[in-house]
Design a binder for this molecule. Structure first.
Ligand SMILES: Cc1ncc(COP(=O)(O)O)c(C=O)c1O
Length: 362
């Protein structure tokens, strides 16, 4: 019984994961969209393999260390969502390509393209480059259509680098939790891509792949009229943030943290044995640092490294020794803190899953 595990423990409900994976695969295929799930959420080859079996045409990773873990599990078609900058990264990519990796690499500078050309020179295998464009998140990504055309033209003329198309991640879309605003930002991104594609076509730079990232846009597929591919990641587990962004319901949240009430210093305050080293300090979401499973109106008011504090104006019903499940704000950063998760079905532990790509930040 998972309720008897030591705490804090990370629980992953297999039935919910299967539902989430199947639901996204079905929705993508119904709209004729390729699916490249970002595996940084689960960091586990087991789920990546299931995503591929369900029809994903490849996976996405952020870092080459993650790519290596997934390649070890036999997954060759991978999008690397990070520029390859520096000799050590080039060496690593060369070794992974020698081992069978078929990468599609995001670029947003000529330096990133030059790196791929050098990888080609050392491997003899052409590398697909996809141009990352900034649709409003203001992280990586080429700014403005003219600069995108220039970089796409540079890629097209580069021997050994194949121009695949464009990619974006609208991380700003979920910075609001008002549904109309979220939909408005998704429409803006769609319009931006539409205009950009027209400009690229005018320059005979037709993008074969137009890849849109994120669980939130993937939950509003009817709005995506330009994308050829989606790259959701968090949907596998979901979390308080995807619920707040209308991309999931609480019933779609597969990940929770089993905790124990270790102190009740006041009638309106209980302290749990899970803090930022267990949940990560991402947030706040809806004013809190994690939601109570089954009673999401309750949120953790604050975290120390090892303590989570639940506070209320009213007397709290829990006593020392009680067990409470928390849905984290951000599944991806929570998972990266744990060597393994417990897979559960109903009230039973069905197995354990090592987080094989945990900490692979290089
Ligand atoms: C480049 C890129 N693509 C896709 C994703 C997946 O987004 P989400 O976690 O919202 O599903 C991310 C998330 O950070 C990302 O950075």
């Amino acid at each position: 019984m998972w309720s008897e595990l030591d705490t804090p423990s990370i629980l992953v409900d297999q039935t919910i994961v299967e539902h989430n994976l199947q639901g996204m695969a079905t929705a993508a295929s119904a709209r004729g969209l390729a699916l490249r799930p970002h595996t940084k959420t689960h960091k586990s080859p087991l789920w990546a393999q299931q995503q591929v079996q369900l029809g994903a045409e490849g996976i996405m990773v952020a870092k080459l260390g993650e790519a290596e873990t997934m390649l070890d599990a036999g997954i060759r078609r991978q999008s690397i969502g990070f520029p390859i900058i520096g000799q050590l990264k080039e060496d690593k990519l060369v070794s992974l390509v020698h081992r069978g990796l078929m990468p599609r690499v995001s670029v947003d500078s000529t330096a990133g393209v030059d790196a791929l050309a050098r990888v080609y020179q050392r491997t003899g295998i052409p590398i697909e480059a996809i141009i990352e464009v900034d649709t409003g998140m203001h992280r990586c990504g080429v700014l403005g259509a003219t600069a995108v055309v220039d970089l796409a033209d540079y890629v097209r003329r580069m021997h050994g680098v194949h121009y695949g198309g464009i990619t974006c991640f609208g991380g700003h879309i979920a910075r609001t939790h008002v549904q109309d605003e979220i939909v408005g930002r998704i429409r803006e991104e769609n319009q931006y891509l539409s205009n950009l594609v027209k400009v690229l076509q005018e320059h005979r730079l037709h993008p074969t792949v137009i890849s849109e990232g994120g669980t939130v846009p993937a939950a509003f597929l009817e709005e995506l009229t330009v994308a050829t591919e989606i790259r959701p990641g968090t949907y596998v587990y979901n979390d308080a943030a995807t619920v707040a962004s209308f991309a999931a319901t609480w019933d779609d949240c597969a990940l929770s943290v089993l905790t124990t009430v270790v102190s009740k210093p006041a009638p309106n305050r209980v302290v749990l044995d899970a803090g930022s080293k267990t949940l990560s300090s991402d947030g706040p979401v809806a004013g809190g640092y994690g939601a109570l499973w089954g009673q999401p109106g309750w949120r953790l008011a604050r975290l120390s490294e090892e303590h989570g504090v639940l506070e209320s104006p009213e007397i709290l019903p829990w006593a020392i020794g009680d067990r409470i499940r928390i849905v984290p704000n951000h599944a991806c950063t929570t998972i990266n803190l744990h060597d393994m998760t417990y897979l559960i079905r109903h009230d039973q532990v069905a197995g354990t899953l090592p987080t094989l790509a945990r900490g692979k930040v290089q």
